[in-house]
Design a protein around this ligand. Sequence first.
Ligand SMILES: [Zn+2]
Length: 604
Amino acid sequence: MIQAVKQTSSSAGVSWDLRDLYACVDDPRIADDLARARSRAQAFEAKYRGRIETLECSRAADLAAALEELENLSEEMDRPAVYAGLVHAAKTDDPRHGALLTRVREERTAINKHLIFFDLEWVKVPDEPAKALTTHPALARFRHYLEHKRVWRPHFLTEPEEKILDEKAVTGRAAFVRLFDETVSTLQFPFETPAGIETLSQQEILAKLYDPDRGVRQAGAKGLTKGLRNSARLLTYIFNNLVLDHHSDCRLRHYEHFMQSRHLANEISDQVVEALMTAVERNHGVVQRYYRLKGELLGLDPLYDYDRYAPLFPDLPECDWSQARQMVQESYHAFSPRAGGIIREFFDKNWIDAELRPGKRGGAFSSSAVPSVHPYILMNYTDKLRDVMTLAHELGHGLHQYLSRPVGYLQCDTPLTTAEMASVFGEMLTFQRLLEMYPEPRIRLALLCSKIEDGFATVFRQVVLTRFEQSLHQARKDQGELPTEKINELWMKANQPMHGDVVRLTDDYCWLWLYIGHFIHVPFYCYAYAFGELLVLALVQKYKQEGPAFVPRYLDLLASGGSDAPHVLLGKLGVDVNDPAFWDLGLRLLDAMVAEAETLAGKL
Ligand SMILES: [Zn+2]
């Protein structure tokens, strides 16, 4: 839950040691590194600008040398930015941290200006000589980096056109995105209580949907809608405008359809996305079976939309930091002693910041930092069983980032579709361990239900959001500017099939698309979540089938980072994402989890 952050926990004193990056915020090496990165970037530009595109620098060995230098200096340039980001996240209210972050970011932007020419020129190299270079053994280490940049080649405009688009986007697209963010973040929501009406922020009103008291949830849903309706005209206008802006981008850049640019960035084909989405939609029955069970457990019939997040068992046991550490370490160790050893390092060497601290950023993340150092993890550990899963999740990211360091800075990051692979896999390992620790049916059922609900949120809901987005873009294209009521209709139509006749969607529900930022920030972002989650569930199934033989191949997959397209890397594990039947593997696991919840509920 989001509200009322607890201020003490067993994680007190668990803070990270950032000295592997810099000694402190006043460390003179920060300025030194930036100065050196700047002069290297200037030298890089002087040496290569105008020589990539014209193929003056067309010997594979020369290009390899250029890429080595680009990689090394990028790492040098980013190291201060990583450090500044981490100290700021750990204590945002220290003005020295904010000042450092701003200074370092500005400097980084200035340095980066000397480097952008490289990719732009590389993309302009004609196909034939480019192919000779990307397949040359001297460039083997950078092959995927070079190839992937070129997928944008057919969609680039001329340099003056790109410059104009870039400049006009500041007052166009970017301005509307900011207007959306500022409008949504300052919305106020009326919450009706017997004592009168309170005015709440978005976070506070959303938290009411998780309340055990149905009256509170209902008032929360009403208040959420009221707050959104007050700004519906402005938000609808922003949606209409940004959808149209996306369409003109697609037209000018010669994309075949609205989702193509997202698919290219995700390194995924149209067919795979459609196969994934239809497989998910064929399984709406699983969602409905679960909500029928939840309705029975809560004693609610019918179940309304505002009941979906009601807690089943609000009084779960707590788990302190040392128990959590032990459980997570053991679950990774049981999977692979090598992985367990790496996880241990995170704890032993203080790469994790888990304590609660005023001014600390909320949520959790794992920062890959830079390959010459190691990842760092931030989370807020509040002794809840949920936090154990968060710890396992972030350590999964950490393991992935740690193992992929040798691939190098330019290729260690994965696309969105496989970015959550190791984290969700790690969660599943720890989840099994948690189930073993708590044999009592009530606790097991609570754990299982929260896992199922997370799975629904990342698989089924994201596909619904994507279908809604598709219909929104199509309707905007066919019918011109859309009134709020029309978009409400599209939203309800996209949501209905998943909820069936098991969850009743109230009239208040039809406004709930208005504040979803993914539609505004990155069009068609959502399906990647479903891809990632189902992929992991399928990998879990494979691990169950293949046992220890799976382990080294999985660790190799993590170690390859983003050095090839996901379907190629996954192919080495015997996974074929192009096979529509593949997606059923993960869906069957979700189905089995719901069946287990039904069995456990029978034992209560
Ligand atoms: Zn994650």
